[in-house]
Ligand binder design. Structure first.
Ligand SMILES: [Zn+2]
Length: 179
């Protein structure tokens, strides 16, 4: 098991502080002293597949770890109480200064994401997005650069995050179709 997995990282009960806090081998910890059960669930995240009129996909380069410097698609974590479609629009605005005018749900992809030596189990919710006004386009926030690439020219291995790499591979193979 990965050393960053919550099974190994969470060693004390968050309720009573007891070290008799054990992982069930599947999805939760249990405290032998106060009885608290702590579930580890998938954390929601969004990915935006933004295409232009030529059908090229807008890629960004990651500013931060994990996978700093690799090719990526715009997106990020959903905030508490936020709708996934609003998170997608917020992330696209933050990273690219673009307003999404139309979005269609494409698929979801489970993934793991290590941040500060703790592994998060994520569920990436993928949208196909259209934009009408490109005039403000520039990379910002978590992205160092952005560019349109025809899918057939994209080296799937240059994509840093597992779920995004799988997604780009599936888009390239036509297993997931964008209208
Ligand atoms: Zn406890």
């Amino acid at each position: 098991m990965n050393e960053c997995h919550p099974a190994l990282r969470f060693r004390f009960c968050p309720y009573c502080g007891s070290p008799r806090f054990t992982w069930d081998g599947e999805k939760s910890h249990h405290c032998a002293d106060c009885g608290h059960k702590l579930y580890t669930n998938e954390v929601g995240a969004v990915i935006a597949v933004i295409t232009n009129a030529e059908g090229e996909v807008l890629f960004v380069r990651r500013r931060f770890n994990p996978a700093k410097g690799t090719l990526d698609l715009p997106g990020g974590f959903i905030d508490l109480g936020e709708r996934a479609e609003d998170a997608m629009r917020r992330e696209v605005m933050e990273e690219l200064h673009l307003r999404v005018t139309r979005a269609d749900f494409l698929c979801t992809l489970p993934n793991t994401y290590v941040y500060d030596t703790l592994m998060y189990h994520t569920i990436d919710i993928v949208f196909h997005c259209e934009v009408e006004d490109w005039s403000a386009l520039r990379a910002d926030d978590d992205a160092t650069e952005c560019r349109f690439l025809p899918l057939e020219n994209v080296d799937v291995e240059a994509v840093g995050l597992d779920s995004v790499r799988r997604l780009v591979g599936m888009l390239k193979q036509g297993e997931i179709k964008i209208k």
